[in-house]
Design a protein around this ligand. Sequence first.
Ligand code: UT7
Length: 349
Amino acid sequence: MPTSKIAGIGMYVPQNKVTNEDLKQFMDTSDEWIQERTGIRERRYAHRTNETTTTMAVEAATIAIDRAGITPTDIDFIIFATLSPDYYFPGCGVLVQRAMQMREIGALDIRNQCSGFVYALSVADQFIKTGMYKNILVIGSEKHSFGLDFSTRGRNVSVIFGDGAGAVVLQATEKPGQGILSTHLHSDGQSAELLAMYNPGTHANHWVTNAVATYDDAPAGGMFMSKEMIDKAENFPFMDGPAVFKKAIVKFPEVIQEALAKNNLAATDIDLLIPHQANLRISQFVQQKLGLRDDQVFNNIQQYGNTTAASIPIALCEAWEKGKVNEGDLVCLAAFGSGFTWASALMRW
Ligand code: UT7
């Protein structure tokens, strides 16, 4: 049976750099607080109207496809991970298919937030291994800046996130030992509301808080926002930061160890760990817990902030461009985030 390998990788970040100092004009925060608690120095924000989650994805995908030595018409399937889609529906996968003039191939959107890219890679891996598809385009892209609370009320969340996109082309390889060795996916919905955007949504509270009433007397309810929801900031992401942090530092090492154990490998065998760029302190904690040297872990949250589903492909792409990923290297990807969901992928480059 073939395994799947990354045949091409690309990334795109918007031109617009936003420093911690820049954020001070909107909210009560400081460069010192942000750097000390998160490691972030700056992030990128997409152009308000000319750049979307999809346009950034297309930029990254164009590079990935080119580096794979193929053309958009060679792509057999698209998997798109994002929590900030252009439309509520349809998803961004079909928008990429249209923009890149691909054949009438399947397009799947993944809603797994920070773990989205690893989930997407895992799905793609299954399709390649079974021989169903030859070239799969896997994308993580986010335009967070469109929907953050830039008042002091939302500062614990808004200073963290940035915009950008990363993409890979996954292909089959017959070379023994090369490619994705295993992927590991997990979730625990008990904490779904600890990192979430509640509205607009179809959950029960939507109707209760709106008091629009029941289906009987509100046959045309619609997906709207009440003043109460907006006053409670339910149209912005909510995060119980410390609770997420505590869980993340347990689940990151756990899911990495799971991948290593599955392949009879140890942390010392890892050439490069690319953790989801959630918080530099989380990455450092994971590094310490696994006993990894600095050169075994790649972080770039300092420049781009947390780009959720895009953070791993952006970091992997940058590491590869810097010559830190070479043939035969053991590369580990790991993520944790909203859901909670967490995941890892171990591959031999
Ligand atoms: O990628 C998805 C998964 N997400 C994560 O893994 C994120 C995990 N959590 C975190 O990274 C951290 O919890 C945060 C960076 C979000 C927050 O850091 P923290 O050290 O946990 O801070 P905190 O939320 O406990 O807040 C500490 C203080 C509070 O003030 P008081 O109550 O102590 O007076 C906050 O109001 O820091 C205040 N604060 C800020 N101050 C200046 C919160 N945000 C800011 C800010 N600037 N931006």
